[in-house]
Ligand binder design. Sequence first.
Ligand code: IFM
Length: 458
Amino acid sequence: MAFPRDFTWGAAAAAYQVEGAAFEDGKGPSTWDMFCRKPGTVWEGQNGDVACDHYHRYAEDVAIMRQIGLQGYRLSIAWARVLPEGAGRVNPRGLEFYDRLVDALLAANIQPYVTLFHWDYPYELYCRGGWLNPDSPEWFADYTRVIVDKLSDRVTHWMTLNEPQCFIGTGHSLGIHAPGDKLGLKEVLRAGHHALLAHGRAVQTIRACTKQPCKVGYAPVGVVRLPASDSPEDIAAARAATFAVSDRTTWNSTWWMDPVLLGQYPEDGLRQYGADAPSVGPQDMAIIHQPLDFFGCNLYNGELVRANAQGQPEPASYPLGGPLTAFHWTVTPEVLYWGPKWFWERYRLPIMITENGMANTDWIMLDGRVHDPQRIDFLRRYLLQLERAIAEGASVQSYFQWSIMDNFEWAEGYKQRFGLVFVDYPTQQRVLKDSAYWYREVIATNGEALHRDAYAPA
Ligand code: IFM
């Protein structure tokens, strides 16, 4: 068995996607609260006002996590719940929610893994320029201080930003996520640079303010290209493509990882973005490049690549009729093999898989249960690949399934169901899916159950 004895099996969610209580107890608006109100932004005009009502039902949800046997739960903090204007005034009732949640998790023997920013940016700060404002890293550092002062007597695992590629690219360039902007590349990359500085300032703040030794990381998307075959040429091409900035979008790994983990923007990115690359102040890289304890990485799928006649990467087709999730994402389990392997080789920092999972067409069946064999098969295939990466030497410390329960899937609204737990939104009833019972076995056996071919759900 490759999974280390102290491996952490967990699941994840994010504040705006589950909490609800969007305008309660003094919470300020976030860009997502406002974005959802614009016609045509979210499927069926849905929003996160109620979501899974986790704000009120967290005790029930923690009891479910305990039933599944989770060892860790990755949650995020809603910045505007704690600082309604994003800066300045603290809302004690907002802070108390996270206080209660952390206590409940620890009482259930579940370690909280706290992400400081998972996309719900305070609306008032957005009106002051948001990530484009050069003060935005300091706003984030000040907010971080409030959270760390309150929770670090109990919280020992922190992540700064979730998926900067998405909240910068999807939110500020494509305009299909909050705040819904379609800025030019120069502004997009400037906003991104400020987000990276915010990461660095937050790490400094956590280290300075923590009340006990803690571990700090970061959770970008792992944009991984996968070899179309086992040939050494295709493998080399896929590896090269994984670490390349090959277009003028934000959708790559190294632009967002190299500054944080190596202290510099990648050369090919600087060439690719040219005059649109951000200007880097003399101290900027020192701030961004803080020592980290782990490298969080969200991995779902990867595009296939093969070597052309010159050995250069070129796109390869996904197999005809190959499996697709309900989101129409490809199913490529090897992303949990090549991703951790290559990221470990390049960055030499222990890895946490901070998100992985799939959207499925789940519903409560006539027998009252939610049968989701596709998700069990998906997770089993992916986790076997992760085990292979670990067996070959990649240092991987934990795995967080996305998501503990069905939730608000951003522009897709409630259409996509990623949860181990089914949520019937009109009644807020929770039903454990077959995959939740299966995952319980995986956790209880530290991965041994992955090798049982005919697992019959309880
Ligand atoms: O739901 C999202 C999450 O918020 C960020 N990573 C991808 C998930 C699935 O789309």
